[in-house]
Design a protein around this ligand. Structure first.
Ligand code: ADP
Length: 158
């Protein structure tokens, strides 16, 4: 049974993230979406809010779980019995950072494998920061994020 961890900030989850989660859930026995508690970042939503948003968006995916972690990604993966890290690739600039992270994680735990899924075309431009920027100026975001996130963004930013 291959368990994959999909780690990230998810501040907030977008339809691009959700697409990776849906496709990952068809490839692996279980996908754990893991929100990183990174004290160096100042997120818009708390970890608990982000977890609720992800739970709402993935409620129909029975092999998807939501969790958070505040240690090295490989330490967390090992604690969950997972040897696969799932990541999404949008553009060339993602690749440089992702390649570095994948080598770093491998150097910390040689058993771990990072599996990349390329973004679906329609979401290749989409990022959490972009969504927040649009929402701040009152633009339409309903086609970019799950309904719970659209509601939360309106409540927080408008
Ligand atoms: P991090 O801070 O770890 O990069 P993010 O929430 O920004 O966290 O992203 C988590 C993962 O999801 C990364 O692998 C990122 O490349 C991927 N991702 C983000 N947006 C998209 C998208 N629109 N399509 C595919 N993958 C995406």
């Amino acid at each position: 049974m291959t368990i994959a961890i999909y780690p990230g900030s998810f501040d907030p989850i977008t339809l691009g993230h959700l697409d990776i989660i849906q496709r990952g859930s068809r490839l692996f026995a279980k996908v754990i979406v893991a929100v990183s508690r990174n004290p160096q970042k100042t997120p818009l939503f708390s970890v608990e809010q982000r977890m609720t948003q992800i739970q709402d968006a993935t409620v129909e995916l029975t092999n998807v779980e939501v969790d958070s972690f505040d240690c090295l990604t490989v330490t967390y993966a090992r604690s969950q019995g997972a040897k696969v890290l799932l990541r999404g690739l949008r553009v060339l600039s993602d690749f440089e950072y992702e390649l570095q992270m994948s080598h770093t994680n491998k150097s910390l735990w040689s058993d771990v494998e990072t599996v990349f899924l390329t973004t679906s075309n329609e979401y290749s431009f989409l990022s959490s920061s972009l969504v927040k920027e649009i929402a701040r100026f009152g633009g339409t975001i309903n086609h970019l994020v799950p309904p719970t996130v659209a509601r939360d963004l309106k409540n927080v930013l408008l």
